[in-house]
Design a protein around this ligand. Structure first.
Ligand code: ADP
Ligand code: MG
Ligand code: ZN
Length: 479
């Protein structure tokens, strides 16, 4: 058992899903050739003036509402001054002492030893709007180059209270936050492309001590796996420092994924290092209560509420509800199939067992290999007794990637279930007559022998006989 407790606060940078940048009309599309989506404003040319993107404000307000934050009616853009080659103006337009939103919270599910998972409320200190920087690239021989396509893209920075106590809690917070932002259409949740980025502030303190220890800020950890690894490494490193009588120093550290280690980048900069001052080229940002309420009416149901509803009203298990809400398009597919078929649990089970295997998701979009109506029709064939549940899986496999009607595939495969009671009786009778010993055993009380006969009938009919009818016929013949 460690004598220390970890204290973690996260800063998340989430790109807003606007078509154009925060203060100019350049495209934000990912993957264009370097420096083709730029203009005087996002290149920082002298005299170019910023004009705020209204869509960015709307999306930022959505994020604030989803995080239970209060929205400030009048907030201020500020210049954060620092020098770096990916920042052509020499300052980033951000918000400082009057951010557009603050005082929120996010509920996450945490594992507790030996009991049910519990809900933990993590404070959100603030969310503020800012612009992104460009990208420095160092894979070009002995020179470094700069791509400014990303320069000026709209971001929200979401700062948590230091309420997290382990790497697992931090990862859970990030997953929950990412899921919410994707669900409300604010962010595409893409860690690899850098549209959802996280810095982790980590410190440790002796168990029982109230005062926080000195923190290190871990920069840009770009996967959930690395978040866990980097934080756990950092906790162990700081324990080592304290145990050997040293002091943790406040610094900014990077994560070396190859070495599996954090490394010192620079001593932590303080706010005064940035010489923040109000942005003179932009008026105060005014967000009226009426606008906030208007945005509130367009908010979709959040994932946690949706899961609760699936359990309460659809009879799904908590696990199924979780799986069916992992992506907004998966939820949409499930609800569409339910609307056509009618049975929540049957549709839910089939989506989980079969459909999800073939779904490709990318950001907000998902590509399904079948349509919701194909699935609904297929399950209806099972309900009507035309095919068995097992056959439905075969039909599904043939249907993937086609727009064929399940009924046509059933015909093609010649697997229409036999529900003709005369035909079923005939096969059952033959099977019973051919196995007198087993029939005697059944009659003498060995009821498990029924399975033996069912197996023979299914073999004879190549699985096409309706199982309920076969069971009933055999019981009748053997009694
Ligand atoms: P900065 O902008 O310099 O990074 P902030 O005051 O905005 O500083 O805090 C950044 C983050 O650090 C917040 O998420 C906060 O919860 C977290 N934090 C502050 N103090 C500690 C600490 N002692 N240990 C761990 N995290 C901390
Ligand atoms: Mg910071
Ligand atoms: Zn531009």
């Amino acid at each position: 058992m460690s004598r220390y407790e970890a204290v973690i606060g996260l800063e998340v940078h989430a790109q807003l899903l606007t078509k154009t940048k925060a203060f100019c009309s350049c495209s934000t599309a990912f993957g264009a050739p370097p420096n083709t989506q730029v203009c005087p404003t996002c290149l920082g040319l002298p005299g170019a003036l910023p004009v705020l993107n209204g869509k960015a404000v709307e999306l930022a307000v959505r994020a604030a509402l989803a995080l239970n934050c209060a929205v400030r009616n009048e907030s201020i853009f500020a210049r954060k001054n620092y020098f770096y080659p990916d920042l052509p103006k020499g300052y980033q337009i951000s918000q400082y002492d009057r951010p557009y939103s603050e005082h929120g919270y996010l509920d996450i599910t945490v594992e507790t030893k030996g009991s049910e998972p519990a809900t933990k409320r993590v404070g959100i200190t603030r969310a503020h709007m800012e612009e992104d920087a460009g990208k420095n690239m160092h894979e070009h021989g002995d020179v470094s180059v700069v791509d400014l396509n990303r320069s000026g893209t709209a971001l929200v920075e979401i700062v948590s209270e230091p309420d997290l106590r382990s790497a697992d809690e931090a990862a859970e917070y990030l997953k929950t936050l990412r899921e919410i932002l994707v669900f409300i259409g604010v962010n595409d949740g893409n860690l690899e492309e850098g549209s959802f980025r996280c810095d982790a502030n980590v410190s440790i303190r002796p168990l029982g001590q109230e005062k926080f220890g000195t923190r290190a800020e871990l920069k840009n950890i770009n996967s959930f796996k690395f978040v866990r690894e980097a934080i756990n490494y950092e906790i162990a490193r700081q324990e080592g420092v304290l145990e050997s009588g040293g002091k943790v120093i406040q610094e900014t550290r990077g994560w070396d994924e190859k070495a599996g280690k954090t490394f010192s980048m620079r001593s932590k900069e303080e706010a005064q290092d940035y010489r923040y001052f109000p942005e003179p080229d932009l008026p105060p940002l005014v967000i009226s209560d009426a606008f906030v309420e208007e945005v509130r009416t367009t908010m979709p149901e959040l994932p946690a509420a949706r899961r609760a509803r699936f359990v309460r009203d659809h009879g799904q298990t908590p696990y199924a509800a979780q799986v069916l809400t992992t992506h907004p398009e998966v939820t949409r597919f499930y609800e569409e199939a339910v609307a056509l078929h009618g049975d929540f649990v049957k549709v839910g089970n089939f989506v989980q067992a079969e459909v999800l295997r073939d779904v490709q998701t990318r950001g907000l979009t998902a590509t399904f290999s079948v349509s919701a109506s194909q699935v609904a029709e297929l399950l209806k064939l099972v309900d009507q007794g035309d095919i068995s549940g097992k056959q439905a899986k075969e039909v599904y496999a043939k249907m993937v990637g086609t727009s064929k009607a399940p009924a046509d595939i059933v015909k093609e495969l010649g697997m229409q279930q036999v529900t003709d009671s005369g035909a079923i009786d005939e096969v059952c009778k033959r099977v019973v007559d051919e196995s007198p010993k087993q029939a005697e055993a059944y009659k003498a009380g060995k009821v498990a022998m029924l399975g033996y006969f069912v197996g023979l009938v299914m073999k004879e009919t190549k699985g096409s006989a309706n199982p309920q009818m076969v069971n009933a016929a055999l019981k009748r013949l053997l009694s």
